[in-house]
Design a protein around this ligand. Structure first.
Ligand code: CAA
Length: 288
């Protein structure tokens, strides 16, 4: 092949939310030393608690031994500081889905991390080619899009930016395999593949409710029992976060300038009301 893939040893996962904590867990399970970074102690603590809970369940179910759990936890180092980026060979970013926030974090990391380190973004919809220009390493910049819940879902979309090198692509593809995931190569277009296909389905389910065709529960039942989906589309939208769904639909709508991606007014209204799904306790459903 002419190029060798990198054996990653140390990674900083930026963002300890649902996605970041899941990524930290699968990275530590793959044997990497992980610095799990967030901006507030309580966010990092919550991320660690989630990881502990899932590892405890694995031990309970006999999928891991208590020693393996301790070894995995021992490889995860919480931090509020970006300083440890100076010693890593990989950064995986999983912070808020906001272009400016991501660009400014990457610019800072670019100053701290070794020039050879690879930067990956878990963005679900922002262009990788654009994020890469916040750094001086667009050849070592790539999209690594995990699915929620990360420890369970087998897919990682690997998104090549315009200037992503072959070597970077191969290294990240191999790492996804080491994490127990199946990588799929995708080019840098709005929504990549996963959200370009998924979000119109969720949006259409919302229109079916909006137009009074069926109730929320019945639309979900149709897709669960009729199509064998593990969750109905409205339950899944709540799970993803309605704010995130709206954000991605707008990226598709603006990116392709195609009215077929027009967000359902019901979704817009729920987001305006602050009903963002499971995380706020209310969306298409109510949560305790
Ligand atoms: N983290 C780790 N493990 C989890 C988990 C989590 N957050 N949630 C569930 N699990 C595990 C459970 O521990 C359970 O394993 P065991 O019972 O063997 O211990 C297993 O997953 C199944 O869970 P449950 O029995 O509680 O519930 P379930 O069978 O309904 O499965 C589910 C839950 C895996 C989430 C399933 O409902 C599902 O696959 N839903 C669809 C998820 C999906 O489509 N995700 C993609 C969203 S799109 C995205 O992420 C991309 C984007 O950019 C928006």
């Amino acid at each position: 092949m002419g190029w060798e893939t990198v054996e990653f040893r140390k990674v900083m996962v930026a963002g300890a939310g649902q996605m970041g904590s899941g990524i930290a867990q699968v990275a530590a399970q793959a044997g990497l030393e992980v610095w799990l970074r967030d901006v507030e102690e309580r966010f990092v603590e919550r991320g660690l608690a989630t990881i502990r809970k899932h590892l405890d369940r694995d031990v309970e179910k006999g999928r891991k031994t208590a020693e393996e759990r301790e070894a995995i936890l021992g490889r995860i180092h919480p931090t509020l500081d970006l300083g440890p980026a100076a010693g890593v060979d990989l950064v995986i970013e999983a912070i808020v889905e906001n272009r400016e926030a991501k660009r400014s974090l990457f610019a800072e990391l670019d100053r701290l991390a070794p020039p050879g380190a690879i930067f990956a973004s878990n963005t679900s919809s922002l262009p990788i080619t654009d994020l890469a220009t916040a750094t001086r390493r667009p050849d070592r910049f790539i999209g690594m899009h995990f699915m929620n819940p990360v420890p369970v879902m087998k897919l990682v979309e690997i998104i090549r930016g315009l200037d992503t090198s072959e070597e970077t692509y191969a290294a990240i593809r191999d790492l996804a395999g080491r994490m127990g995931k199946t990588p799929v190569e995708v080019h840098d277009f709005p929504g990549f593949v996963s959200n370009r296909v998924l979000l119109p389905m969720l949006n259409e389910a919302m229109f079916a409710v909006y137009e009074g065709i069926a109730s929320v529960e019945d639309v979900d039942t149709v897709m669960k029992l009729g199509m064998n989906h593990p969750m109905g589309p409205l339950e899944l939208a709540d799970f993803i976060g309605l704010d995130t769904c709206l954000y991605i639909l707008n990226v598709l709508y603006e990116g392709f300038k195609d009215p077929k991606y027009r967000p359902c007014p019901l979704l817009v209204q729920l987001v305006q009301a602050g009903h963002h799904g499971r995380k706020t306790g209310q969306g298409f459903y109510r949560y305790e």
